[in-house]
Design a protein around this ligand. Structure first.
Ligand SMILES: Cc1ncc(COP(=O)(O)O)c(C=O)c1O
Length: 446
């Protein structure tokens, strides 16, 4: 047996036990596909600041940070203290409250170009509603998304997520859902224009992650401007899916970072302050199609529900406290995150090089992604550039080697938080180098 695997098994009997128990009652043992890696994932017990602690008592520097949501690290004291009082006052009523009014007002204040917002409980739901709004507003059938774009598993957008991109993402999708969503290549103006020309007058809208979630490669400003101009010209709706980058790149997210105003944006993750949230935001005339008091006849308004747990006090207060904190400290939070992000990316690149593991580190701001490759490649401009060159086998060995060294991540993804000190980043880099060396020692260099 491999030394790295043997160490992993020896360190994590508690996780193994829980995974075995879970597998008896849950297909595949986990409730989110991204949370599995072989032979079984680590089960966590607690987290604080930059670290999480597993059920066997090991502490990890956490790069995953709650699917990139925990921008202030785990359990930020100011927020947790307030939330105790919120919980004591009742966790959900399903009745309008001042909490949702205050949070919505705050979002309209800090998000450039946003007139209205609408809350739900997940990002998947937010992108589903944004898509529905785009189709309804234009009265056209076809949505366009980016190859490799992940917008949650909603039916409309489950197209061209993972390679091979022309194979359906899932069984059970209605035939129509596949036919009415087309995919464009990220950061490729000519390739995108060709698809838009084919779609022609059927184009309802384009949904794009301004920074690609699969790679954390930033959209090139000319590319995103091109999408803005083309959607204007073609009378279609532009949607920025900011569920990762909203409140992370900058307070105003990609709208501020790129100074481009899409018609709609979706948010979740950071905006929820550690609680469940998804939201759609944007232009009044489009958002109003989903109004609960619309006078539109049935079939012309947009059905938007929000869900039983929408606007629960935890998400509304937790989200507001988070966004208020980010607004009040934007002048320090974002420059700091940019600085440690750049330090981490440079350090990780050096670590892989020193260890002799062929890898590419991509990312922007506080985001970093490392890709173990079969051969060195030019800097990626989109996820397709990695297809065919990803070394899955070594990547899986590195994953366990990182955990053995006390670094928690999945799929080589890092979303740093303000809880990281510069010394933590340097410690992270040292641990990654040791893990990469162990991987090379076991699998040979590439
Ligand atoms: C860009 C993007 N959109 C949508 C989603 C779906 O959000 P949720 O997991 O809250 O449903 C995600 C989640 O990872 C995401 O990264």
């Amino acid at each position: 047996m491999s030394q790295i695997l043997e160490t992993y098994l020896a360190r994590t009997p508690g996780s193994r036990d829980l995974y075995e128990r879970s597998s008896r009652v849950v297909p595949g043992g986990v409730h989110h596909a991204q949370r599995y890696y072989p032979p079984y994932p680590i089960y966590m017990r607690t987290g604080g600041g930059a670290t999480v602690r597993d059920v066997d008592g090991h502490e990890y520097l956490d790069l995953w940070n709650a699917h990139y949501a925990a921008i202030l690290g785990h359990a930020p004291a100011f927020l947790i203290d307030e939330m105790r009082a919120v919980v004591a006052g009742g966790t959900h009523f399903g009745i309008p409250s001042e909490n949702e009014v205050r949070f919505a007002e705050l979002l309209v204040e800090v998000l450039p170009g946003v007139d209205k917002v609408r809350f739900g409980v997940s990002g998947t739901e937010a992108t589903m509603y944004a898509t529905r709004l785009a189709r309804a507003f234009t009265n056209r059938p076809t949505m366009v998304k980016v190859i490799g774009g992940w917008h949650g598993a909603n039916t409309d957008l489950s197209v061209a997520i993972r390679p091979p991109y022309d194979v359906p993402e899932s069984a059970g999708l209605p035939r129509d859902a596949r036919g009415s969503t087309k995919a464009i290549p990220f950061n490729d103006i000519d390739g995108t224009r060709r698809v838009l020309d084919e779609v022609g007058d059927d184009l309802a809208g384009i949904i794009v992650e301004p920074v690609q979630g699969m790679t954390f490669v930033a959209g090139e400003p000319e590319y995103l401007s091109f999408l803005r101009d083309e959607t204007h010209r073609r009378g279609a709706v532009l949607i920025f899916d900011e569920i990762i980058v909203g409140f992370r790149l900058e307070l105003g997210g990609a709208r501020a970072y790129y100074d481009i105003q899409p018609d709609l944006s979706t948010y979740g993750k950071v905006a929820g302050g550690g609680f469940h949230l998804g939201l759609v935001a944007g232009r009044d005339d489009i958002m109003s199609l989903g109004s609960a008091v619309s006078s539109l006849p049935k079939g012309q308004g947009v059905l938007m529900a929000g869900g039983t747990y929408s606007c629960n006090p935890l998400s509304m207060v937790g989200g507001r406290l988070m966004v208020e904190h980010l607004r009040d400290h934007a002048g320090t939070v974002y420059p700091y995150l940019d600085r440690i992000g750049a330090r981490a990316r440079a350090g990780l690149s050096r670590a892989f090089e020193a260890a002799g593991l062929t890898a590419q580190v991509t990312g922007v701001g506080s985001l970093a992604s490392f890709h173990v490759l079969t051969e060195a490649r030019p800097p990626f401009r989109a996820i397709q550039d990695a297809v065919g060159f990803t070394d899955h086998e070594r990547g899986e060995v590195l994953q366990l080697a990182l955990l053995n060294e006390g670094v928690h991540t999945h799929g080589g993804k890092a979303a740093l938080s303000t809880a990281y000190t510069e010394a933590d980043v340097d410690e992270l880099v040292a641990r990654v180098e040791r893990a990469a060396r162990a991987t090379v020692a076991e699998t040979g260099g590439n």
